[in-house]
Ligand binder design. Structure first.
Ligand code: SF4
Length: 427
């Protein structure tokens, strides 16, 4: 957005999740003289992208609008074939290099992908004035300060975890803002918007230890009083000196891609980390008062109940600040997705290509406490041994809950009887 605005174009930003609008049907397009609508598409939200694109196309068919439709974002890279033909441009990977050419019409290809940017420092700051005017939640559950601003300072990943589509979006080369560039943007956020915290929402903030160390020392030298948190891999957090330095410069939390407590599953996922590295990263973070949040994955093909018990044990032993399980769903264009598809290991494929494995409903109930119908409109029938064991645990849990409820209502009725007795005596 900043690039487009800096080139002299007028930009309107609409977040329909934050504040639902009917801007397409309400005459907004005509009123504001909109020439181009660029939609950021994620796979999980792709149905909404489709709805929006079709509404725009209907406007064009009725002769009420003559602009261009552009779709970018991760879904444009992982599943471009699902984007309707009437969409004028599908922008893959990084959009900054091509967006102006697409807008001015110099770029004529429909599916556009340019070589990745070699360095990011020259990119303008995010249009914080636009975001700051919107009612986003400027807090972070792992940080005690607010407002917390979200930044993204790196792209690409040299790893090859087989459940992940990041490489098809950003590529394998890791590119990042320099420490100085990050600190400059933070100084701006502190000065203009009173930022108290920064959450680095990206895949591997600490991949380049030298950059992190440089960033920490710059924060300290400039006396910038800010708390920060980042997302990263455990194998980049095993250097005690670095973790200590991060802590001293305001790092209060790390979100770690732990995935599993079973080495067999970590290897199967091609995660290229060990249980020892997980232990070391979480222990070091805890030692230096950095809250460790472990992100776990369950329901991958071949995972057994015993693997799950290993994960549970690891978490019980390490006692991180927090953790959560994500139930596996196959997202297009990852190696594991292709493996599941080719070997017919899924039970359901939805209309946007997401793959659901047998027992997804059991796991949704067990790990999220929610009916799977909240996520996918399908009745699951197949069960693995793992699901059967989770089902037994769920039944036990429900039985215990019933007993608790009965005991509570029995206590309540005894209590009510006592009160009535006292009331009778008093009046
Ligand atoms: S899960 Fe993380 S480390 Fe693995 S490939 Fe994806 S981004 Fe890279």
């Amino acid at each position: 957005m900043s690039i487009v605005r800096n080139a002299g174009h007028k930009v309107f930003f609409i977040d329909n999740y934050l504040r639902p609008t009917d801007f397409i049907e309400s005459g907004f397009m005509k009123q504001k003289d909109i020439d181009i609508v660029a939609i950021h598409a994620n796979t999980i939200c792709f149905r909404d992208t489709l709805r929006m694109a079709h509404s725009l196309e209907k406007l064009r068919e009725r002769g009420e609008w003559r602009g261009k439709i552009i779709v970018g974002g991760p879904h444009a890279s992982v599943a471009p074939e699902t984007i309707p033909e009437f969409v004028d441009h599908v922008v893959q990977g990084e959009g900054e290099k091509v967006i102006l050419d697409v807008i001015t019409g110099e770029e004529r290809e429909r599916v556009v992908r340019k070589e990745s940017l070699k360095e990011l420092d020259h990119l303008p700051f995010q249009p914080w004035d636009i975001f700051n005017g919107l009612p986003y939640d400027y807090t972070c559950p792992w940080m005690d300060v607010q407002p917390v601003f979200t930044m993204n300072t790196s792209r690409g990943c040299p790893f090859d975890c087989n459940f992940c589509s990041v490489c098809s979006i950003w590529g394998r080369r890791y590119t990042s803002f320099s420490a100085l560039r990050i600190v400059e943007e933070i100084e701006y956020l502190v000065r203009e918007y009173g930022a108290r915290g920064i959450y680095f929402r990206e895949d591997n903030f600490t991949l380049d230890g030298k950059r992190v160390s440089d960033f920490c020392s710059k924060l300290r030298k400039k006396n910038i009083d800010i708390s920060w948190a980042c997302e990263t891999r455990v194998d980049t957090l095993t250097d005690e000196g670095l973790v200590e330095e991060m802590s001293r410069s305001g790092c209060g939390a790390v979100y770690l891609g732990v995935e599993s407590g079973s080495q067999r599953i970590l290897d199967m996922l091609n995660k290229k980390i060990t249980i020892e590295q997980i232990e070391k990263a979480v222990c070091l973070a805890t030692k230096y008062n950095i809250r460790a949040y472990c992100s776990l994955i369950t329901g991958v093909p071949g995972e057994t109940y015993e693997d799950f018990l290993l994960t549970k044990k690891l978490i019980d032993d390490l006692k991180p600040y927090s953790y959560s399980f994500g139930v596996f769903v196959g997202i297009p264009n990852s190696p594991l997705y292709r493996h599941i598809l080719e070997n017919n290991l899924y039970e359901h494929k939805d209309d946007i290509g997401l793959l659901y494995l047998p027992g997804y409903d059991v796991r949704a109930e067990y790990f999220y406490g929610r009916d799977s119908k909240n996520f996918v409109d399908y009745d699951f029938k197949e069960r693995t041994d793992f699901d059967k064991k989770l089902l037994i645990e769920l039944q036990k849990k429900k039985m215990m809950q019933k007993i608790d409820d009965m005991a509570a209502s029995r206590l309540l009725s005894l209590f009510a009887r006592g009160i009535k007795k006292i009331a009778r005596l008093a009046f």
